[in-house]
Design a protein around this ligand. Structure first.
Ligand SMILES: Cc1cc2nc3c(=O)[nH]c(=O)nc-3n(C[C@H](O)[C@H](O)[C@H](O)COP(=O)(O)O)c2cc1C
Length: 460
């Protein structure tokens, strides 16, 4: 079972009367007029230099590993969030705790220099463990696992080692360097305090108060904290207080635990407390925890959340999530609700072109669908990157073959013979099978657009 539970549904329209009539290009034009070319509120870029578009790739347990993130970035995604990682899993170095419903440790390691800016997402049940895990995430380039476990329970720190995306055999992969000028700045544009940004693995630490998967051993975690506002606030406080001021913190929440007025009030308290503590922004998934992923995301409620946040402080940054299935939806959500950026979640599985299309809309151009040749290049590229992410698995190729099936199925939706291609991907066991599907189903088709899928592995 993933963070999604077992009931992730097919696309459903958001509840937002009138949103469908909004013109995505008009919204994009307004953003450019208001905030300049990036269309991003200045506060966002101050907190995360390099976040230069009003959309990003959401955390997606079981999907959004470094391979998926790098593919998204190569198509114009400006910012990504890791899968939710359980604090205890991190403190235990990925060992000793059931983590079947959450991100695996190796999926949450930044995938080399290309995989920035990246938010590391954590969830947990104990404020102290969350605080220690947050420190471990930002410090993992310098500290040892064992010592972080000590920190959680005794309060000690010591030097250690880091991890990067490598192919089986050890070659580090990832292209393009993160511009030095951006790495050197702190969240307020200064040099930061005792941590320069060049040291950071993560641009921000994101606290998950959204995951609907049931609590374990009667302890709240994820979205279940929304029903226990005091505890949620303690978790947020512990993480904020543990980290140096130069490390931004953000929070992901559902719009409420359920639809009762009591829970709506609890949400408001938690959200308000997060901003008061200095959380840079909140991403609000406009479904309730109870709703899981069933039924529409309530953009009408999200709009109210944004209005209320801005009434308290006009500079509050709010991001939105839920029912963003296309590039046009990014701008419809922003236009309808007033959020500063839209999270692309299920809408970007097997569809990294959504980011390129959003960039085109920002530039006043018509979004283009991927050609079959472009699809082939990305499918090849994604498999290779996934192989690198899974280099530590016992049988990396077999494991990658299995995990890539679910991506293949979604990628197949773009193919003119979608159903046939989908069936072919279901049977994939390794790189050779994957390449046979590409050879047999993707070797002819419209000529690829020039300059797209920048520098794919097939070209290099
Ligand atoms: C399979 C799956 C895994 C998810 N894992 C995470 C996660 O690890 N962290 C997180 O913040 N949200 C997670 N989410 C929630 C998404 O980020 C997003 O908020 C949600 O899917 C609503 O957006 P959508 O309707 O556009 O898909 C997950 C959702 C799904 C379907």
């Amino acid at each position: 079972m993933g963070c999604s539970g077992s009931n992730a549904t097919a696309p459903s329209p958001a509840i937002a009367p009138g949103a469908e009539a909004l013109d995505a290009r008009r919204v994009a034009e307004r953003l450019v007029r208001e905030y300049g070319e990036s269309g991003v509120h200045p506060r966002v870029r101050e907190v995360v230099p390099g976040f230069d578009g009003p959309f990003f790739q959401a955390g997606l347990a079981g999907y959004s590993d470094a391979a998926m993130r790098i593919i998204a970035r190569r198509h114009g995604c400006p910012y990504c969030v890791t899968e939710a990682l359980l604090d205890r899993t991190l403190l235990a170095g990925g060992r000793g705790f059931a983590k079947a419903d959450l991100g695996e440790l190796h999926d949450n390691v930044p995938g080399g220099e290309e995989d920035h800016p990246l938010a590391g997402q954590l969830m947990g049940s104990e404020p102290r463990e969350m605080a220690a895990a947050a420190l471990k995430l930002v410090e993992q380039g310098k500290r040892a696992d064992r010592e972080y476990r000590r920190l959680a329970y005794n309060g000690a720190l010591a030097p250690g080692a880091e991890g990067h995306l490598r192919l089986p055999g050890g070659e580090q992969i990832g292209r393009g360097r993160w511009p030095k000028g951006q790495m050197a700045k702190g969240p307020n544009g200064s040099g930061g305090d005792d941590h320069s940004r060049a040291d950071l693995s993560f641009a921000a630490i994101d606290v998950n108060l959204a995951c609907p998967v049931k609590k374990i051993a009667s302890k709240a975690r994820g979205g279940h904290w929304l029903a226990e506002p005091e505890g949620a606030i303690r978790m947020l406080e512990a993480v904020r207080e543990a980290l140096p001021a130069s490390v931004p913190t953000t929070v992901k929440l559902r719009r409420s635990f359920d639809d009762t007025p009591e829970m709506a009030e609890a949400f408001r308290r938690i959200l308000d407390a997060a901003y008061e503590m200095g959380y840079a922004w909140a991403t609000v998934h406009a479904r309730t925890v109870e709703q899981k992923y069933v039924g529409p995301s309530r953009w009408d409620v999200l709009r109210q959340v944004v209005r209320e946040a801005r009434r308290r402080d006009p500079e509050r940054v709010v991001f939105g999530s839920g029912d963003v299935w296309s590039a046009e939806d990014v701008f419809r959500m922003i236009g309808y609700t007033g959020v500063n950026a839209a999270a692309v979640a299920r809408g970007c599985i097997g569809n990294p072109w959504v980011f390129r299309q959003a960039r085109r809309i920002m530039a006043g151009e018509a979004p283009a669908a991927p050609s079959v040749q472009e699809q082939r290049a990305v499918l090849e590229e994604h498999f290779t990157l996934a192989l690198a992410v899974n280099a530590g698995a016992r049988r990396p190729e077999a494991y990658t073959g299995k995990t890539m099936r679910k991506f293949g199925i979604r990628f197949a939706e773009h193919h003119p013979r979608a159903e046939e291609v989908r069936r072919r991907f279901v049977g994939v066991c390794g790189l050779e099978d994957w390449r046979s599907v590409l050879e047999e189903c993707y070797s002819s088709g419209p000529v690829a657009e020039r300059g797209s899928v920048a520098g794919s592995l097939l070209d290099s």
